[in-house]
Design a protein around this ligand. Structure first.
Ligand SMILES: Nc1nc2c(ncn2[C@@H]2O[C@H](COP(=O)(O)OP(=O)(O)OP(=O)(O)O)[C@@H](O)[C@H]2O)c(=O)[nH]1
Ligand SMILES: [Mg+2]
Length: 200
């Protein structure tokens, strides 16, 4: 089973144009508060590598984390969330534009890790995001977060519902809990595969 990923924080970027060319990249995308930064910490097994908060809007910049030196140029990006209503229209617009440009323009983005809250299921905005990623031809790795919040007795039904809404089979989704560690080895393996396979 895959052990913790040796990730280090490189820096934060406020502008897509400032990002350098790197070899390979995957990015955590999803609604504000869905658990992107917590999941990054879980795959690295580091509590405070990425900033998390129970208040949505914790991540406001494009944060670059790099795999250990022998794999330099392979990045995991922690992105701001979408759909956070409690900031000004102007601020929302700024984030939407930044995220949009990042996803549309970033070269070497091998897959988008799209996080869906496992206890809530895909929101209208999540489904809209899936459609947008499809229209761009961006490969998606689906991750259902916070599965510890779903009662074991409810879990099979909830998984069926969530997968059904996305038009997927259950096995096409990684079911995880950053809090309990469920599914984290599988997620590590998926990220490692995405970042290190393919042309050198
Ligand atoms: N129960 C449970 N709570 C979680 C889990 N992962 C994250 N959370 C909680 O969800 C809240 C948001 O987590 P973050 O990781 O900051 O979420 P984010 O998607 O990075 O949010 P933004 O940066 O605001 O977009 C925090 O209170 C976390 O403790 C999980 O696996 N289980
Ligand atoms: Mg965050």
């Amino acid at each position: 089973m895959a052990g913790p990923l040796a990730l280090t924080f490189l820096r934060s970027y406020a502008r897509v144009d400032d990002l350098p060319f790197v070899h390979a990249e995957v990015a955590l995308l999803g609604r504000s508060n869905v658990g992107k930064s917590s999941l990054l910490n879980a795959v690295a097994q580091r509590r405070h590598l990425a900033k998390t908060s129970k208040t949505p809007g914790a991540t406001r910049l494009l944060n670059a984390f790099e795999l250990a030196p022998e794999n330099s140029g392979r990045w995991l990006m922690d992105l701001p969330g979408y759909g956070y209503a409690r900031v000004s229209k102007q601020e929302q617009q700024k984030w939407t534009t930044m995220l949009g440009r990042y996803i549309e323009e970033r070269e070497n983005l091998r897959s988008v890790l799209l996080l869906i809250d496992g206890a809530i299921g895909p929101t209208a905005l999540d489904l809209q995001t899936v459609g947008w990623l499809h229209s761009l031809g961006r490969p998606i790795t689906y991750v259902a977060t916070k599965m510890d919040k779903v009662k074991p007795s409810q879990s099979p039904r909830r998984r069926n519902e969530l997968a059904g809404k996305l038009g997927l089979e259950k096995r096409e989704i990684l079911w995880v809990s950053a809090d309990k560690g469920t599914g984290i080895p599988e997620l590590r393996a998926a990220i490692t595969h995405l970042l290190t396979d393919g042309p050198a």
